[in-house]
Design a protein. Structure first.
Length: 327
C-alpha cells in the first residue's frame, strides 16, 4: 500500500488536504467513491473542530520484533501524536527541526541566542526545557520501547467484519497468479494473502507457505493484526484460527470417532479433567480447550474458563455432544 511509505503525521496531513478540497471545483473531477471519501474527511475535520470526534476505526501496529524503537510523543495546542523512530538521534533530529522552525517564539528571552545552536540536543533543551514540558501549550516525551510482536507497521481496522458472501466471491474471482521468477516461487494472491506451493529440493518435500504480511486490512485483517485462517489438507483441518471454531487434538478426534455413546462420555470426562476440553457452565456443552467461547448449538456463548479451572462433569448420555461432524 502507498500509505506504508508515509508516516502517520503525513497521512493525517493528506486526509486534511482531501477534506479541504472536498468542496472545491477540483473535486468534481473525482470519481463518486473518491468524492464521498473526501466529503467524509471534511466532515471529520469539522467534527474535530467542534470537539465531536468520531470513534477511531483504525489503529497503527508497530514494526517487527527484535528491534528497539524510540517513541516520540509531541503535543501542541492543535494536535497530540506519537511516532516511532529507529534511533534516539533520529527522534531528537525531528524535535530539533521543529524547535528551529519555531525559534522566534524564544528569541528575546534571557539567555536565548539569536540563532539556534548546531547541536540538536541543545536546541531541544532550549526550546522544551530539560523535562520536555517547559512551554505552556506544547511539549514532548521521548522513550525507548521494545517491539514484541512479529508484524510490520500497518494500519488495522478496529471495526473488523469479514466480507459478506458477495464480497468474498468478488475477492476470490479477483485472485491473481504470480509466476515464479528469480526472486521466488509462484504464488496465488487473494485479498493480499500470498499462498506459495512448490517443490523444496533441499528437504525433499512439497512446501506450502502462507504469507499474511500483505493481507488487505479492508477485508481480512482483525484488530490485533491477525488474519482468520483455516488450513485444510485433504479433509483434515491442520490449523483453524477462525472466529467460531477452534482446533481439537488429533488423538481426541480419533478416540471419539471410534467410540460408542458410553465410551464418549468417559472420554469427554477424562478430557475435561486433563484440561484438554472444558464444560460450559450454562449448557454443559463440551468445548475444545482453545475455544474462546462455548460452541454449543444454543446461544449462551459462555466465555472459556481461566486456565486451570476446568473440572470434570458427569454428563447424562443424552447431553453428550457429537463433535466429530463436518467443520
Amino acid at each position: 500500500m502507498i500509505t506504508a511509505t508515509f508516516s502517520p503525521p503525513d497521512v493525517e496531513r493528506l486526509v486534511r488536504i482531501a477534506g479541504a478540497l472536498a468542496d472545491s471545483p477540483a473535486a468534481a473531477e473525482l470519481s463518486a467513491p473518491d468524492r464521498k471519501l473526501a466529503a467524509r474527511a471534511r466532515t471529520e475535520i469539522l467534527a474535530q473542530a467542534a470537539g465531536r470526534l468520531s470513534p477511531a476505526r483504525t489503529a497503527l501496529l508497530g514494526p517487527r520484533p527484535g528491534e528497539q524503537v524510540w517513541l516520540l510523543r509531541m503535543w501542541s495546542r492543535h494536535e497530540d501524536s506519537t511516532v516511532p523512530y529507529a534511533t534516539e538521534a533520529a527522534a531528537l533530529a525531528e524535535l530539533a527541526s521543529y524547535a528551529r522552525g519555531c525559534w522566534d517564539n524564544l528569541y528575546g528571552q534571557p539567555g536565548v541566542p539569536e540563532h539556534p545552536p548546531a547541536d540538536d540536543a541543545e536546541v531541544v533543551e532550549f526550546y522544551f526545557g530539560s523535562d520536555g514540558n517547559a512551554r505552556p501549550d506544547e511539549g514532548y516525551e521521548l522513550y525507548a520501547a521494545e517491539v514484541v510482536r512479529g508484524r510490520r507497521s500497518r494500519f488495522v481496522p478496529l471495526d473488523f467484519r469479514f466480507p459478506f458472501a458477495a464480497e468474498a466471491e468478488a475477492l476470490n474471482r479477483a485472485a491473481v497468479f504470480h509466476a515464479a521468477d528469480d526472486d521466488g516461487p509462484a504464488c496465488i494472491e487473494v485479498a493480499g494473502v500470498l499462498v506459495f506451493a512448490y517443490l523444496d529440493h533441499g528437504d525433499g518435500v512439497v512446501r506450502v507457505s502462507v504469507h499474511l504480511d500483505s493481507a488487505d486490512p479492508d477485508y481480512v485483517v482483525r484488530p490485533d493484526g491477525t488474519v482468520p485462517l483455516r488450513v485444510v489438507v485433504e479433509d483434515t483441518v491442520v490449523l483453524d484460527d477462525g472466529p467460531a471454531r477452534a482446533p481439537r487434538p488429533t488423538v481426541l478426534e480419533e478416540l471419539l470417532a471410534g467410540a460408542d455413546s458410553s465410551q464418549k462420555a468417559a472420554i469427554y470426562a477424562a478430557a475435561v479433567t486433563a484440561g484438554l476440553m472444558w464444560s460450559c457452565p450454562s449448557c454443559r456443552w463440551i468445548n475444545p480447550r482453545a475455544a474462546a467461547g462455548c460452541e454449543g448449538p444454543g446461544n449462551c456463548r459462555t466465555a472459556a474458563p481461566p486456565t486451570g479451572s476446568e473440572s470434570a462433569a458427569a454428563l447424562p448420555l443424552a447431553q453428550v455432544p457429537v463433535l466429530e461432524g463436518p467443520r
